[in-house]
Every structure is written in structure tokens, then in C-alpha cells.
Design a binder for this molecule. Structure first.
Ligand SMILES: Cc1ncc(C[n+]2csc(CCOP(=O)(O)OP(=O)(O)O)c2C)c(N)n1
Ligand code: SF4
Length: 510
């Protein structure tokens, strides 16, 4: 297991260190990465076991983890590893930590598109139980399809607590007999063969992922009519919980849903969407409502899958059939929003009874009440802990400008007199200035960089500033911790002297 910390997976490494005795007892090696993409390269190495003689184990199955921006910075590594493929006795889960609203990140993020770009099948668990079940399926799927397997986690489910069944026999894995076989197999191979890799992904590996999902019934109806005649709701992950809560808000229980011709189809693998189960789910005339948080992933695929089918089903989600906005693509969704969308569809179809209509009116009045204050309202601004060294070290001389870096010290941004500009992505600290400096009369800036960030990737930014001959003063804010994510030790624990020597060797001047 390897990866790099960041919300909502900020505490994962600390939990693994705490459980180190169990990991050792079970032959699990956890090594925190220097950063996400290098951690991914190490995980890729676990699948290359047969490339050199003398392997000590049959195979290694591996977990990589990182928050969304870490997924993004690892794009090249993920693509290379995925196109190369998994080991026949291995398998890789790519655990993506998504903070859809950016409540604990420099920006909101969603990893689905990065997984699609890397052609990595993506599972999206909806509950703590799903984490265990989909986790086991994920390894088996990775081994069967020969790909890495993405595993999307979001704040609401990954930091949740639940009572779960842990019986290892709970998940029984069926390997499909109807999956296409590549003549040379689908697993990792040492030869350089970009065209062959591309062929294997498109012709064999992704169809094998579909076959696996079908054989194990990972996508399935979970509520109401199994074959809805009026409204087939398709959803995944956290949005499954929002949808079920929405139906409760409308007073529609399982029996009522069946009576009304409503059903909920829970998708496990959001990309590539398995078409046969989805086609069989709703009757030809039923409208399919896609409930997804943030940008549509399944809805767009369904439109492409069903466009040429006769009769073509109505597909709605981000917009209704008339093109009017229905569910937001840019804000978090909540149960009341979904309830309003479902209620409106029933109303339009003339299928709403007075009791449900009354509940719909109540729901409408509640819209937005549970969402965090996105704008306006009372805001409690965070501030440094008392005694925090960043509180003094982020001060700037009157009239000068500073640029923030990612980390606890980034709170300087929130203090107007620190005259501090917003953060770049982690590791680019100081580099935007090299692009700005030639075009401004401002002669100089200060740049804050945490010691954790310096080791993760920030030292390269300083090298770029030296190479650009930029007039910039870096403050490497040494607090001997990766504080913002929970106070983890900095990888390699470089001393102040080590960092100073490295910088002098890079050509930094005093
Ligand atoms: C690519 C990427 N990975 C992980 C994170 C999550 N993250 C935000 S702040 C931070 C820690 C920064 O630590 P450090 O630079 O030492 O600053 P400190 O919090 O100690 O002030 C991390 C890992 C991120 N924002 N981007
Ligand atoms: S957690 Fe540490 S680095 Fe962050 S504000 Fe508090 S003292 Fe400062």
C-alpha cells in the first residue's frame, strides 16, 4: 500500500501506522509515498514482479490512495500503469479521495474524469459495507480485467461510522465465462507495445470489466420496482443515500414505489457503465432519472449507449426532458433537491396523490436548508493555534506581497494585513511568479512553502525559480510536520541544515 495523504483520506496513513501489527501479521507492506505519482509508480512496480528472476511471492495486490489533486498530478503514472496492466496474481485498487465541494481543499474536485481519461474502471461505494465488499470485488476485477480499478471515496462515506458484516465469506466472486479473451492474455507484459496495449484495453479489458459486473450483479435494482414502468432512477455512491432519503421525504416506501412504477438502480461501476443490466432495468416507456453529484458521468454514457436504441428512452438528470435545469452539476446535492426532482416528475405525469403533493410542498420549503452556507451567512474564519510558528513567520514587511502555499500556513490568506495571494497547486509554490514577474513593475514577492510540501514536490518549484532567475524570497516554513493533514512526519525528516544545503546546491542565493 502506498499513496499520499490529503482530505478526505487525510487520516488513512495514520490509521495504517496504528494498525501496523495487523499489517505485518498479514504480509501487508505499507510505505507512505514521497508524493502521489511516485507512490503510483511504486505500486505499478508491484505488478512487474515477473520482469526479473527470483520472485519471493506468487503475486502482490496493492492499494494506492490520494486525494483528487493527487489523482490529477498522477495522471501520467496512472495511465502508464493501467495500460501496462495488472499481474495475473495481483491487482490494484486506486483509491481516490474526492472533496466535491472543496470544503477541505484548495478547490472542489471529482476524480471520475481522471479515471476515464486513464481508462480505469471506477467503482463508487455508497456505504461503509460497500467499502469492504467493493474492495474485495475491486481486487478480483482488477486481476480479471487486467486493469487497475478506481475506487471513489467522498467525505460523506469515507469518514462515516457504521456497523458492518466482516465475514470474509460474505463476498463470493464469480469469474464470468462469457468474457472476451485476448490471444496474448490481458495481464502485464514486459515488451514495449503501445498499440497492443491500446487494443487490449478497448477490445478485451474494458469488455471484461463489463462481464465481471454482470456476472457478480454489482449493478442492481435496490428499491421499489425491479422493472419500473414510470420512473427508473439510476444512481451511485453518496447519491444513492440522497435518493433513498428523498423517497422517504416524499413518503414513498418500497411498496408505494412498486405501485407507482418507480425503481432505484444502484450502479457500482460508474465507468464504463455496464449497458445490459441498465437496459433491462426499466421498461421501454419509463423515464430514466440519473441522480449524480457534480458533473454527470453515468448520464452522459447512458445517452450515448441508448441513442440508437428503439424506442429511445427518456434520459434526464442535470436537465429535464425540456432542457430545463433539474439537478445541479456544480453544487452538492441533498435529499430535498432529489425529492423535489422526483416529485416534479410524478406531478408532470399526473401520478402524484394529495399526500405526496403535500410532502413535496414541505420538501420544497426545506430546499437548501441542509447545505453548508456557500455564500453569506455567519462565517467563522479559522486561525492559527496559539503558539503556532506560522502565525509570526507569515508576516510580511509593509508594502510587500506574499504568495500562499498549501498547508496550515495557507491561513495567512485569510488575514488581510498579510497581503497574501491564493495558493497554487501543491508543489508549484513560487512558479506562477516566474510567469508574472516579466510583465509587472512589482519587483519582488515572498513565497511560503511548508516543509512537507518542500519534500513532496516543492523543491522542484524552487529549482524552477532559480532557473528563471526570479527575484523571490522563499520561506520554507519548518514545523517538522505535515500539519494540515493531521501532523504526520515529513518523509525523510530533513533537518533545517539539510534543506539549507540542498538549496545552496540548487543555486539559491541568500
Ligand atoms: C497534490 C496534493 N496532495 C495532497 C494535498 C493535501 N494537503 C494539503 S496541505 C498538505 C500538507 C502540507 O504540509 P506542509 O507543507 O508541511 O504545511 P503545514 O500544514 O505543516 O503548514 C497536504 C498534504 C494537496 N492539497 N495536494
Ligand atoms: S496545527 Fe500546527 S501548523 Fe496548524 S495552525 Fe495549529 S500549530 Fe499551526
Amino acid at each position: 500500500m502506498s499513496g499520499y495523504r490529503g482530505s478526505p483520506l487525510g487520516g488513512y496513513d495514520a490509521a495504517l501506522w496504528q494498525a501496523s501489527r495487523y499489517l505485518e501479521d498479514n504480509d501487508i507492506l505499507f510505505r507512505s509515498g514521497l508524493n502521489e505519482d511516485l507512490a503510483m509508480a511504486a505500486v505499478w512496480g508491484t505488478q512487474q514482479l515477473d520482469f526479473v528472476p527470483g520472485r519471493k511471492v506468487d503475486g502482490v495486490f496493492a492499494i494506492w490512495y490520494g486525494k483528487g489533486p493527487g489523482v490529477d498530478r498522477s495522471g501520467d503514472a496512472l495511465k502508464h500503469a493501467n495500460f501496462a496492466g495488472s499481474h495475473p496474481n495481483g491487482g490494484v485498487l486506486v483509491v481516490c479521495g474526492d472533496d466535491h465541494t472543496g470544503k477541505s481543499s484548495s478547490m472542489g474536485h471529482q476524480s471520475d474524469q481522471a479515471m476515464i481519461a486513464a481508462n480505469i474502471p471506477l467503482l463508487y461505494p455508497a456505504s461503509v459495507q460497500d467499502y469492504l465488499d467493493f474492495g474485495l470485488h475491486g481486487f478480483a476485477l482488477s486481476r480479471f480485467a487486467g486493469t487497475l480499478v478506481g475506487f471513489k471515496t467522498v467525505n460523506e462515506t469515507v469518514t462515516a461510522t457504521a456497523t458492518v458484516a466482516v465475514d470474509p465469506g460474505r463476498v463470493s466472486i464469480r469469474l464470468p465465462a462469457d468474457a472476451p479473451e485476448a490471444p496474448e492474455g490481458v495481464h502485464i507484459r514486459p515488451e514495449y507495445d503501445p498499440q497492443g496495449q491500446d487494443n487490449r484495453i478497448v477490445r478485451y479489458k474494458l469488455p471484461r470489466a463489463h462481464a465481471y459486473v454482470r456476472a457478480n450483479r454489482l449493478d442492481k435494482p435496490v428499491f421499489g420496482a425491479e422493472r419500473p414502468t414510470r420512473l427508473g432512477i439510476v444512481t451511485a455512491g453518496k447519491a444513492v443515500l440522497d435518493t433513498l432519503a428523498a423517497l422517504r421525504l416524499l413518503g414513498i416506501d418500497d411498496a408505494a414505489a412498486r405501485r407507482l412504477g418507480i425503481g432505484v438502480y444502484k450502479v457500482a461501476m460508474v465507468w464504463p457503465l455496464e449497458p445490459e443490466g441498465l437496459a433491462a432495468f426499466a421498461a421501454a416507456g419509463a423515464e430514466r432519472l440519473f441522480v449524480e453529484e457534480k458533473r454527470p458521468v453515468m448520464e452522459d454514457q447512458a445517452k450515448a449507449l441508448f441513442y440508437n436504441r428503439e424506442p429511445r428512452p427518456g434520459i434526464i438528470g442535470k436537465r429535464d426532458a425540456e432542457g430545463r435545469p433539474l439537478l445541479p452539476a456544480d453544487e452538492p446535492i441533498e435529499a430535498a433537491m432529489v425529492a423535489a426532482a422526483i416529485g416534479d416528475r410524478l406531478h408532470l405525469a399526473g401520478a402524484i396523490d394529495p399526500r405526496t403533493a403535500e410532502r413535496l410542498a414541505t420538501v420544497r420549503a426545506r430546499l437548501g436548508r441542509n447545505l453548508p452556507a456557500l455564500s453569506g451567512g455567519v462565517v467563522r474564519s479559522p486561525f492559527f493555534c496559539s503558539g503556532c510558528p506560522h502565525n509570526t513567520s507569515t508576516k510580511v514587511p509593509d508594502g510587500s506581497v506574499a504568495m500562499a502555499g498549501i498547508g496550515c500556513h495557507g491561513m495567512a490568506l485569510l488575514i488581510p494585513e498579510r497581503n497574501t495571494l491564493p495558493v497554487p497547486h501543491m508543489g508549484a509554490e513560487g512558479v506562477p511568479w516566474t510567469g508574472m514577474a516579466p510583465f509587472t513593475e512589482t519587483p519582488h514577492v515572498f513565497q511560503n512553502v511548508g516543509d512537507g510540501t518542500y519534500v513532496h514536490s516543492g523543491s522542484l518549484g524552487i529549482r524552477a525559480a532559480v532557473q528563471a532567475d526570479a527575484n523571490i524570497t522563499f520561506k520554507v516554513l519548518y514545523n517538522d510536520a505535515v500539519a494540515m493533514t493531521g501532523g504526520q512526519p515529513v518523509e525523510g525528516a530533513p533537518s533545517v541544515g539539510t534543506i539549507a544545503r540542498q538549496m545552496l546546491d540548487e543555486g539559491v542565493k541568500k
